[in-house]
Every structure is written in structure tokens, then in C-alpha cells.
Design a protein around this ligand. Structure first.
Ligand code: GLP
Length: 242
């Protein structure tokens, strides 16, 4: 794990976007893993700038997103599908056919999950995956005590995640209670990972991820065992590391 403490969220966005740009320059038809949440937004802004300026070309890039709520239509403004198009994909020269966001809609959701992992494998696996981190150490929607080896699956959100995400909905009752999420096993297959975190409220989760035991109680702690992880933090998120 390589840790870097940067000045603020904007600098983290620039640094993460440079990792993506380098990956695309190295392999124009690479497979990128994207995340939702507010933390990656500055990264996405930078990627849009780089694309508009002609520095990176997304025309051959393929993408897979980490997760999606169950029960929200793709047109719902809080669906992760819509989030990704509003904040990134619609502003890049990416072929929408090359974009995959989990779509848990069939009668057998387990089938949707198995097909999603199969699609990632068929694309050759993810070259670079960006991750945020939840207050309880979750990555994607893998809540504490998730199985480390799991593939994409359906997850019940914990009360703390529902509480954290209710800011995007009218009330906690409107937050979907389940989600389809890449499992930790799927995420660990990515060849390279960049995890970003900002703000002092993420400091306990960051400390558990970096300094704690590798333990399902903190799902992100598994990243200690990944061969290529870059962690980009601001002073607040790094606050309990020194
Ligand atoms: C959600 C997403 C995660 C994200 C987390 C933190 O639960 N499923 O992928 O990392 O929120 O979000 P934020 O970056 O807004 O703090």
C-alpha cells in the first residue's frame, strides 16, 4: 500500500485522474473500474478536463461500476447509473456500449450478479479501480463482516450506511435497503487500485484500513494484501495515522 497525503480534495482529484490518464495512455482499450459517492467527483471533473483538452481518449475504454441500489429505476436521480452519466460518462468521448453499471432487475438477482462478474472476466479484468471508503470501512457496498472472497452479490445495507446516504434522499426511509455490489473478491482481482478519502470523519475507517488487522470487521483492510494499491488522503482523513 502506498500512502500519499495531499493538500485537499482538488489535489487528490488531480492525482487520481493522472493515474487514470496514465493507464489509458499505456493501454487505450483498458478496463476501468469506477465508483460513486461524493469523494470521486473532483477526480471525474479532472478526467473530463483531460478528455476535453484532448490529453486522454476514452473512445476505446471499457468501464465497470462497483455497485447499484436495488429497486431504483436507472432514470432515478439517485441511481448510480444516472449519477455516472450525469457526472462523468455523458461528458467523455466514451462509447455508452462500453459502459457497465450493475443492473439488478431480473427475476433472479443472483443471475444478474453472476453475469456481471462474467462480463468483467470476459473484458479481461479491471486494469485500474477507484474506490472510496464508507465510515464503517465499507468498500463498494461490502459492509463489515462481508466475506473476503465474495463475487458480485446482493447486499443488505447497514443502518450506518443508510444514515450516511440519506443526505441524497428525502428521508432515510427512501434509501433503498439492498444493493448489488461487486464483492471484495471481484475488487481484489483488479490489477491496480486507487483508494481516495477526504475529511476527518473518514479518519477512523482509514486508520482501521491501514493500521488495523486484516479483518472482515473493516472490509477495506483486505487492501493491505493487494499488490498494487495507492491511497490518496487529505490531512483530515490521514489525521489518525501519525
Ligand atoms: C457509498 C458507495 C461507496 C462509497 C461510499 C462513500 O456507500 N457505495 O462506493 O465509497 O458511499 O461515499 P462518499 O464518497 O460520498 O463518502
Amino acid at each position: 500500500m502506498q500512502l500519499h497525503v495531499l493538500k485537499d480534495a482538488a489535489k487528490i482529484g488531480e492525482a487520481a485522474a493522472m493515474l487514470f490518464a496514465a493507464q489509458i495512455l499505456k493501454k487505450p482499450d483498458c478496463v476501468l473500474g469506477f465508483a460513486t459517492g461524493s469523494t470521486p467527483l473532483p477526480t471525474y471533473k479532472e478526467l473530463i478536463k483531460l478528455c476535453e483538452g484532448g490529453a486522454v481518449d476514452f473512445s476505446k475504454v471499457r468501464t465497470f461500476n462497483l455497485d447499484e441500489y436495488v429497486g431504483l429505476d436507472r432514470s432515478h436521480e439517485q441511481s448510480y447509473y444516472r449519477f455516472m452519466f450525469d457526472n462523468l460518462f455523458s461528458k467523455l468521448n466514451i462509447n455508452p456500449e462500453n459502459v457497465s453499471v450493475p443492473h439488478p432487475v431480473s427475476a433472479n438477482l443472483d443471475d444478474d450478479c453472476a453475469k456481471y462478474d462474467a462480463a468483467i472476466d470476459a473484458a479481461g479484468g479491471i486494469d485500474l479501480q477507484i474506490l472510496g471508503i464508507g465510515h464503517n470501512g465499507h468498500i463498494a457496498f461490502n459492509e463489515p463482516d462481508s466475506t473476503f472472497s465474495a463475487g458480485t452479490h446482493i447486499i443488505s445495507l447497514t443502518p450506518s450506511t443508510i444514515e450516511a446516504n440519506k443526505r441524497f434522499f428525502d428521508s432515510a426511509d427512501d434509501v433503498p435497503k439492498t444493493a448489488m455490489s461487486m464483492g471484495i473478491g471481484s475488487i481484489m482481482k483488479a490489477r491496480e487500485i486507487v483508494l481516495i478519502a477526504t475529511g476527518a470523519e473518514k479518519a477512523p475507517a482509514v486508520k482501521a484500513m491501514v493500521k488495523g488487522a486484516v479483518d472482515p470487521a473493516c472490509p477495506a483492510s483486505i487492501l493491505q494484501l493487494h499488490p498494487s494499491v495507492t491511497v490518496l488522503l487529505d490531512e483530515g482523513a490521514a489525521g489518525l495515522l501519525r
